[in-house]
Design a binder for this molecule. Structure first.
Ligand code: ZN
Ligand code: ZN
Ligand code: ZN
Length: 90
């Protein structure tokens, strides 16, 4: 599975935004406000931010830095992946 070029948007059903390597979380709290629960990890750079029912720093980061794919923390079996570009779970 070695892609020579980035996959293009041919299918709407496939999210092409997720990086091949998931970045490690920068810490265990929101980088902006220090929240310790319902955190989201930026898969691109490892930024940790809080969810939208708090101050929404994960979303803010995703939109500001164009890093659309986030994962819920902790990365347990039940964690989810969301793409802000596709606006859905991926
Ligand atoms: Zn996507
Ligand atoms: Zn926050
Ligand atoms: Zn990021």
């Amino acid at each position: 599975m070695a892609f020579l070029s980035r996959p293009t948007k041919t299918k709407e059903s496939t999210c092409t935004h997720a990086p091949q390597t998931i970045a490690a979380p920068s810490g265990a709290v929101c980088e902006e406000c220090g929240s310790q629960f319902s955190l989201r990890l930026c898969t691109e750079c490892g930024h940790v931010g809080c969810c939208e029912s708090q101050a929404g720093h994960a979303r803010q980061h995703a939109l500001t830095h164009h890093h659309p794919v986030i994962k819920s923390l902790p990365l347990s079996d039940e964690h989810f992946t969301w793409c802000y570009e596709c606006n859905r779970y991926v």
